[in-house]
Design a protein around this ligand. Structure first.
Ligand code: NGQ
Ligand code: ZN
Length: 472
């Protein structure tokens, strides 16, 4: 049987003619898109005549969405934590369940789960992903014979699915502020700083071989004491002084309170005062900030890593999108725990949560784009690309040819103008995807909304999840 996963085909240049395309500046007509054999865009020009032999896009062309936050293994229990376990279930009781799953997973299962997840992401409009990877060791907390075993499984999954990757190994050293010792449930995550720096070094070549960008993710201020943070950042700079840095921050009120008790400062304020936060940084969640933190964090150039469906699922609270944007803050979206894997739905959830909080409509529109879906898509691609540390910033020369073609025959889209089609895709497609084709680095990864390896990847995922549940 032929391998349903795309063989590592030899790269080739290509082109596409789009009657309408969403460029970084907005919608454009009659756009010629060309890329070279490395998958970089060499031409994005509007107002062109279609040249003979140039393939035509079947519908409007959108930039591919970078997914800026993922814990791949969590896809295996998405939907399985929605029952009451305690009188007051919370983020923390969810985390206990999550640790139980994490403690059982074997490397083959991580690979099967991640491969399927990345296939789903591609079908749902994500063309690259930042993997916040903290499952490092075996179930007893011992390093694998190859210390990079699970990181390599994620790299393979991304390569087989054909999604772009920013791989962020996670530094995890404590269970709470003040360096409290890690719990048993955290033993698979723990690394001393020198072990982390060796891992980063080890991952350099395999990342480069597939165009993946390595970075670093101090898990949170809870999990990384100040010394570990400082030393790891210095070590990262010695390897790559422009590598992306992601951190979970201020997601829960209990975390803000614990940080205040420990340092007298709120988490974001502490971080801004003690770390060189700049445009390399992605502040994941950053849900609970005061007015000064909104202003200072936005001014740092860091990206806010919003994960609207996960933040809703976990009961985190609401990010103040107005305050962030008023301060000029950049942002992007991630699917995090993968309760939902759909780029359009993250934008929908973001917009709706703000409407509920502010009792207004069309909150996400901006000075350049009155059309909410267009404004949100462009901003999220821009911020997502910055957080990814890869050239995935949309349809512009020098960026990767990562894009999505909407299906103009989808019932929600038929007969509409291109911007309306995007709006219907985000706000009115009833959870069924209106995506036709998906391209990563100029290679087609989904056709008629389906990835070529969908069936094989799904079967392997279901088998892996079955094994995990049988271990309950
Ligand atoms: C994580 N997830 O690392 O998977 C976290 C939960 C924690 C989110 N924050 C664990 N959504 O923050 O301690
Ligand atoms: Zn996370």
């Amino acid at each position: 049987m032929p391998d349903p996963f795309s063989p590592p085909e030899s790269p080739s240049a290509g082109s596409l003619f789009a009657a309408e395309a969403l460029l970084p500046t907005g919608w454009a007509r009659d756009v010629l898109i060309e890329w070279d054999a490395t998958g970089r865009l060499t031409t994005v020009a509007s107002g062109r005549q279609p040249a003979h032999g140039t393939p035509r896009a079947s519908g409007p062309v959108l930039p591919g969405m970078p997914n800026l936050h993922s814990h791949a293994f969590q896809r295996a229990f998405a939907g399985l934590t929605e029952f009451r376990g305690a009188a007051q279930d919370s983020f923390w009781s969810w985390r206990t369940l999550m640790y139980r799953f994490a403690s059982r997973i074997a490397p083959e299962q991580v690979e099967a789960i991640a491969t399927w997840l990345y296939v789903e992401m591609l079908e749902a409009g994500y063309t690259s992903v930042c993997e916040f990877h903290y499952l490092h060791h075996d179930a007893d907390g011992r390093p694998y014979a190859d210390d990079a075993e699970l990181a390599l499984a994620l790299l393979r999954a991304a390569r087989r699915a054909g999604i772009g990757l920013t791989l962020l190994p996670v530094l995890y050293q404590a269970s709470g502020f003040g360096g409290t010792p890690p719990s048993d449930g955290q033993r698979r995550f723990i690394r001393a700083t020198d072990s982390m720096l060796r891992l980063l070094d080890r991952l350099r070549a395999p990342c480069e071989a597939q165009g993946a960008r390595p970075g670093l993710a101090p898990h949170s201020l809870r999990a990384v004491p100040p010394d570990g943070l400082r030393e790891a950042l210095a070590g990262l700079d010695a390897i790559d002084a422009t590598a992306p840095i992601h951190i979970h921050i201020a997601e829960q009120i209990a975390e803000v309170d614990a940080c205040l008790a420990w340092s007298g400062q709120r988490p974001v304020a502490w971080l801004l005062d003690h770390a060189p936060v700049d445009a390399r940084w992605c502040l994941v969640h950053a849900t609970h900030m005061d007015a000064g933190e909104y202003r200072r964090a936005a001014a740092s150039g860091a990206v806010a890593g919003l994960c609207p469906t996960t933040e809703a699922n976990l009961g985190d609270g609401l990010f103040d999108f107005d305050a962030w944007r008023a301060a000029g803050g950049r942002w992007g979206v991630g699917s995090d725990s993968h309760a939902c894997v759909n780029a359009a739905e993250e934008l929908l959830m973001l917009e709706y949560s703000q409407r509920l909080a502010t009792r207004r409509r069309n909150v996400g529109a901006d000075a350049r784009h009155r059309d909410v879906a267009t404004a949100l898509t462009l901003a999220a691609v821009h911020g997502g690309a910055q957080a990814s540390g890869r050239a995935v910033g949309g349809l512009g020369v020098g960026q990767q040819a990562d894009f999505v073609v909407l299906d103009p025959m989808h019932v929600a889209l038929q007969g509409l103008a291109a911007p309306q089609m995007l709006s219907a895709h985000v706000f009115a497609s009833h959870r069924t995807s209106a995506i036709d084709t998906v391209w990563v680095g100029g290679r087609q990864r989904a056709v008629a909304g389906r990835h070529a390896a969908r069936d094989a990847a799904a079967a392997a995922f279901v088998a892996a999840r079955g094994q995990l549940l049988a271990k309950e």
